[in-house]
Design a protein around this ligand. Structure first.
Ligand code: SF4
Ligand code: SF4
Length: 123
């Protein structure tokens, strides 16, 4: 299991979670070239040690503690987290395509400010 970043990160992307992760499994970091163009950040599911430090650090409640606890509306982003790899343009393109499709399919959620978006996940 691993923690999962979901769509309140879109439009926020402040990297607060990166600063507290003890194993550097959240990318892209601000010092990586992909940061400027990534729509959101991603947690590498094989590297995450499930410590939970990123959850309280996130100002918009974007991070769920497992794929199982990730709401149905966010399921496509589980795969986006899983396929992204730092410094891999093809992997980033695959992740970003999943995010783009999620955004296109959830105009309702995208119309909500990031800080309130997580509250709408379960509705
Ligand atoms: S749960 Fe811990 S290891 Fe996993 S992404 Fe969050 S801070 Fe990093
Ligand atoms: S702290 Fe939350 S909003 Fe900020 S980059 Fe991490 S997941 Fe995204």
């Amino acid at each position: 299991m691993a923690f999962v970043i979901t769509d309140p990160c879109i439009g926020t992307k402040d990297a607060a979670c990166v600063d507290v992760c003890p194993v550097d499994c959240i990318h892209p970091r601000k010092d990586e070239p992909e940061f400027a163009t990534s729509t959101m950040l991603y947690i590498h599911p094989d590297e995450c040690i499930d410590c939970g430090a990123c959850v309280p650090a996130c100002p918009v409640a974007a991070i769920y503690d497992s794929p199982d606890s990730t709401p149905a509306s966010q399921k496509a982003l589980i795969q986006a987290n899983a396929v992204y790899r730092a410094n891999d343009a093809d992997a980033m393109a695959r992740a970003e395509a999943l995010v783009k499709a999620h955004v296109a399919g959830h105009a309702d959620l995208m119309g909500i400010a990031p800080a309130e978006r997580a509250a709408a996940h379960a509705k």
